[in-house]
Design a protein around this ligand. Structure first.
Ligand code: CTP
Length: 398
């Protein structure tokens, strides 16, 4: 595919060089376009050497008179990474002050935007409104991640990892098949929080990214998706019915309230196994001595679903530090699931808080499918692919 890679001015511009190289490696022809401010951060020479193309930068070079039209017509995809708040605003409003924004207006193909900016700029109503306009126009927005930003603040706005941007490109290159049309997929995601007192709780390091990636992928494949989510720092994926919960008990209530029409249930959430037996209704004051917190077991939602899942496909997750496959197989049996997605946690390669993951899909019937490290979105598609296979089997055998 012939891809225009627009690079705009931000600290993350240096990451676009690696992106250019990966795109070339995946067999694409890449035409880099740098805005004036991008040139303050990265050199055109880098992009020229990585792509073997003349880097386009300025609308007013003598030979550039109709270059933006030629480039727009001679390419299949426009990808802008990083996309600043300014370029989003220019695109949203059709301003054509620079080469890239002029090119954008003349371009008829699919557009992918990977924004990166300071958290306040990202959250500003003006940016929100511009993003909404761009989404409505059908453009793909690769959501920025949460983390420590170059400006020293912590929050959303960090350029998505290159693997996530490459995935968005791959989805344009190989459009998804709507093979989950007619399915109603109930997904749980994120951690739960179990109250200790009005200011404290017990929780875990689940970011919700895997469950949200599953929800997003299932929507794209044509499913109706209900996402029951514990507290996470992620925007609701487009087109899903969101149910936000906090505790394991609330998650259980939400799951059973939404269960009836569901044809597939994916229990991705990292639900607490224990909760404080007697949450205090006033803040517990510190004392010199050690304290003991009594914990009571929390009912296992997945196991309960396993008792009654009928024709519904039931997919559980197993997060283990050791004996991954053995425990996963045991969970599959004990909780009566059709598939367990087994993650390794702790140490290198841990799934928690990461944008990537590597898993084993342990199937009822004994098959084990190894899914090597990839973005959570790519893993989500592999899981859903197996669900499609199972649901076709279900139609025949059950
Ligand atoms: N799960 C659930 N309700 C709970 C606990 C877990 O539905 N109260 C589900 C999770 O959503 C996940 C699966 O059970 O799909 C596995 O959870 P995991 O944390 O791996 O382990 P546990 O079942 O709690 O087992 P272990 O005792 O090995 O930690």
């Amino acid at each position: 595919m012939r891809i225009i890679l627009g690079v705009t001015g931000g600290i993350a511009a240096y990451k676009a060089a690696d992106l250019a190289r990966s795109l070339v490696r995946e067999g694409h022809e890449v035409q880099p376009v740098l805005t004036r401010s991008a040139e303050e951060f990265v050199s055109a020479v880098t992009f020229a050497s990585l792509t073997g193309k003349k880097v386009l930068t300025n609308l007013f070079e003598p030979s550039a008179a109709i270059e933006h039209i030629d480039v727009a017509q001679g390419n299949d995809l426009l990808l802008v990474a990083p996309a600043t708040a300014n370029i989003l605003a220019e695109f949203a409003h059709g301003l054509a002050g620079g080469f890239l924004s002029t090119l954008y207006l003349a371009f008829r193909g699919p557009v992918i935007l990977a924004p990166a900016m300071n958290t306040n700029m990202w959250e500003h109503d003006a940016t929100r409104a511009n993003l909404e306009t761009l989404r409505r126009r059908g453009h793909v927005i690769v959501e920025p991640g949460v983390g420590m930003l170059a400006c020293g603040t912590f929050g959303a706005g960090r350029l998505a990892e290159n693997e996530a941007i490459l995935d968005a490109v791959r989805r344009v290159v190989n459009p998804v098949v709507r093979d989950l049309e007619g399915e109603i997929v109930l997904i749980t995601a994120g951690p739960t929080q179990e109250t200790i007192d009005p200011v404290r709780y017990i929780s875990n390091r689940s970011s919700g990214k895997m469950g949200y990636a599953l929800a997003e992928a299932a929507v794209e494949r044509g499913a109706k998706v209900i996402l029951v989510s514990g507290p996470v720092a992620l925007d609701a994926p487009r087109g899903v019915e969101m149910v936000r919960v906090r505790t394991a008990a609330e998650m259980r209530t939400a799951v059973f309230a939404k269960l009836e029409p569901a044809t597939v249930v994916i229990k991705c959430a990292a639900v607490a196994d224990y909760r404080p037996a007697a949450p205090a209704d006033r803040k517990i004051k510190k004392k010199g001595a050690a304290v003991t917190l009594e914990l009571a077991p929390v009912g296992d939602i997945l196991a309960e679903l396993g008792q009654t899942h009928g024709n519904r496909l039931l997919v559980g997750f197993a997060a283990e530090t050791d004996n991954l496959l053995e425990y996963a197989r045991r969970k599959l049996e004990e909780k009566n699931c059709d598939m367990i997605v087994a993650n390794r946690v702790g140490g290198e390669g841990s799934a928690f808080e990461s944008d990537t993951n590597e898993v084993f899909l342990v199937m009822k019937g004994g098959e084990v499918i190894e899914v090597p490290r990839a973005s959570k979105r790519a893993i989500a598609d592999r899981i859903l692919g197996q669900i499609v296979r199972l649901s076709q089997g279900v139609a025949v055998t059950r």
